[in-house]
Design a protein around this ligand. Sequence first.
Ligand SMILES: Nc1nc2c(c(=O)[nH]1)N[C@H]1C(S)=C(S)[C@@H](COP(=O)(O)OP(=O)(O)OC[C@H]3O[C@@H](n4cnc5c(N)ncnc54)[C@H](O)[C@@H]3O)O[C@H]1N2
Ligand code: MOO
Length: 343
Amino acid sequence: MAEPIPAGHVGDRLLPGTAAPIMTGAPVPGGADAVVRIEDVLPPRFGQAVGDRVSFTAPVDVGTFVRRAGSDVSSGDVLLPAGSPLGAAQLGALVASGIDRVRVADAPRVLLVSTGSEVRGAGETLGPGQVHDANGASLAASLRVVGADVRVRTVADDVAAFRSVLAAPDHAGWAPDLVVTTGGVSAGAYEVVRLGLGALADDGLADVWFGHVAMQPGGPQGLATVAVGPDGGRVPLVAFPGNPVSALASFELFLRPVLAQATGLRPVRRGRGRAPLADAVDSPPALHQVRRGMLDDVGRVVLVGGPGSHLLARYAEATVLVHVPLGVAHLDAGDEVEYEEIG
Ligand SMILES: Nc1nc2c(c(=O)[nH]1)N[C@H]1C(S)=C(S)[C@@H](COP(=O)(O)OP(=O)(O)OC[C@H]3O[C@@H](n4cnc5c(N)ncnc54)[C@H](O)[C@@H]3O)O[C@H]1N2
Ligand code: MOO
């Protein structure tokens, strides 16, 4: 036996016929070509003196328990492709490779505007007819997951107030790359997003489209480019419906893939697959219906809650969005549906 080699020490070169007690993580010394677990040594414990004799319980193959330098990543390899999100393993791999600085993309700045005179901030005391700003919370979280720098504002059904939020999106000179609004897009008399963008378009400060997509929830939708901030630069605006499930499903289906691509996040779409339904389902055939569900322990899709676009607490229980395509009025239990994961 030669001198022991603790982790963090480099042992002397071994001569043929010698072994050194070595700890996990210590570099294998020159002259050695395998490591034998102490459990497989006779006697099976450390503490031998230099010059003592040991034997092994079985023949030892060359390379056993040796981790070769470069077996994970070697000189000249691409450690992380451009556009990689820096998550746990990526940050660890960078630091392990001796890199403590990398160039990162700017987070897209997103102004999220929850509209509606009934909408109150999280935790505020509600008066009659008022609701808390669920969309501000859920969409801000969704946007942050795709790497956005998000500011949330709430605006009453008041065109002047809506216009002033776009004109001065933040007190500190922060200007958005994208505006996302919720509510105020359908057919009512006080649709602040529709009216506000219409007024801006009349003043030459926006180009606007409003329409319906054949989807439920998330039918009424708006798109625009609009002047924002003190210098009036044009940025894209996406106007989602106000119902909380409609807003979230719209984000998942329309905006998440675009933002994930823009920020280089992979995968752009979340995991998807096909699975049989646990129960029959009816759907309006003129609409692509997006239901919420989860997979049971035999891999069937179980729907969670009904189709209503107010059922946010049920959405919170779900793990997948379930697609019932256009033209389908009924599916039986056992029929396959497409699903995609939600976070
Ligand atoms: N006459 C019609 N009425 C409605 C139609 C239609 O086609 N014709 N479409 C319905 C559908 S579908 C949807 S979706 C909604 C979308 O309308 P808006 O985008 O204008 O949304 P609002 O009326 O502002 O709000 C709808 C609903 O959601 C609540 N809400 C709004 N913002 C929030 C928020 N930040 N947090 C929580 N809850 C919010 C709001 O109080 C309403 O209850 O229009 C249907 N009507
Ligand atoms: O399209 Mo609305 O989003 O059904 O509730």
